[in-house]
Design a protein around this ligand. Structure first.
Ligand SMILES: C[S@@+](CC[C@H](N)C(=O)[O-])C[C@H]1O[C@@H](n2cnc3c(N)ncnc32)[C@H](O)[C@@H]1O
Length: 339
């Protein structure tokens, strides 16, 4: 984590109560067979996005914030299941364009299935930290709107083989981009006990960070930790059941995922470059699910020389949306206009 993120990080948990819970996983296989499901659900509102297994959050609020102009250039920096992207496309006229990015290959494969024939849609496998450089190199020009809906899509979370979920036994991978970079197993095996404790605390806001890191260090001395189920059991052993609403492994898994993918660093780079990606009057919308990320967005948008806030406070999902989609509960949308 950079010095800026560390400064922005929430200090003691006592001050502000519970950190947000990670989104609950879906059962493995729930999102399987998406090609068939896509075919079956064409044209049925957002039924098609259920085929992938992800439901867009704060959709109406995001579209309102982006104020899509039919002839504009828009960037969805986090395609995922394509719920937001498809809604943006639906508001674009024949002259409009949408650039869709994801660091993970599967959302792009999915997007080619639902939108590949649309000449207004361009798809790129790219970390959004590199968006500024990409826009410059590609000559696409500054955008009229830019969306980042941070974190994981439900399909990633619900696929045991990706290793994101403590509820499903799988390998300790956790990489968004499986093409390279260290896995969660390598982080757990290679980082010092102090560094692990720091990550569990700073990124996961885990109060038992030291206890957890100590037990990880003890266990790995006897051999590598086998998989997500073994790691989840270790968290239970270190922290106890607590009787709380969330599993004791929740915060550790979130911290590991953020560390493996350097997600805070990517968000910082994205926020630093976002103004340069937009034309004057263009809109930025960021949805975060983690208080550390939300604070980084809030601080970045305070820069009055670059941004005019659309609303002072973050937009939260309605009780109706949370009831229909419990994963939306910790979502926060912040949006601003480029000045
Ligand atoms: C919450 S999902 C987006 C869901 C999407 N808005 C929808 O309606 O279906 C987040 C997506 O962002 C991708 N992602 C996360 N960090 C990224 C990064 N730094 N660069 C590009 N994509 C990223 C993940 O792979 C995931 O597919």
């Amino acid at each position: 984590m950079s010095a800026r993120a560390a400064k922005t990080a929430k200090k003691p948990l006592r001050k502000t109560g519970r950190p947000p819970a990670a989104r609950a996983p879906v059962a493995d296989g729930q999102a399987a067979g998406w090609r068939e499901a896509l075919e079956a659900s064409r044209g049925e509102g957002f039924g098609w996005s259920r085929a992938f297994g992800h439901r867009p959050v704060l959709l109406d609020e995001t579209l309102e914030a982006l104020a899509v102009r039919p002839g504009g250039l828009y960037v969805d920096a986090t395609l995922g299941g394509g719920g937001h992207a498809r809604a943006i496309l639906g508001r674009l006229g024949p002259g409009g364009r949408l650039l869709g990015l994801d660091a993970d290959g599967e959302p792009l494969e999915w997007a080619r299935a639902w939108g590949g024939g649309d000449p207004r849609l361009r798809l790129e496998r790219l970390n959004f930290a590199a968006l500024g450089a990409f826009l410059e190199k590609s000559g696409l020009g500054p955008a009229d709107g830019l969306l980042a809906d941070l974190g994981l899509n439900s399909r990633q979370l619900g696929t045991a083989g990706r290793g994101f979920s403590f509820a499903l036994d799988g390998p300790l991978d956790m990489r968004l981009d499986q093409g390279g970079g260290p896995t969660a197993a390598e982080v757990l095996g290679g980082w010092g006990e102090e560094a692990l404790a720091e990550a569990f605390w700073r990124l996961g806001e885990e109060r038992g960070a030291r206890r957890l890191a100590r037990l990880v260090a003890e266990r790995r001395a006897a051999g590598p930790i086998g998989g997500t189920a073994e790691l989840a059991a270790l968290a239970e052993e270190a922290l106890g059941r607590r009787g709380g609403r969330i599993h004791p492994a929740t915060r550790m898994f979130m911290a590991l995922r953020l560390a493996v993918n350097r997600e805070i660093e990517s968000l910082e780079a994205f926020l630093a470059g976002a103004r340069g990606c937009l034309a004057a009057g263009g809109r930025l919308a960021v949805i975060s699910f983690h208080s550390l990320e939300d604070r980084l967005v809030k601080v970045a948008l305070r820069d009055e020389g670059s941004w005019r806030l659309l609303r002072r406070k973050a937009v939260k999902p309605s009780p109706g949306e949370i009831a229909a989609n419990p994963r939306a509960r910790s979502a926060r949308l912040r949006a601003a206009e480029a000045v």
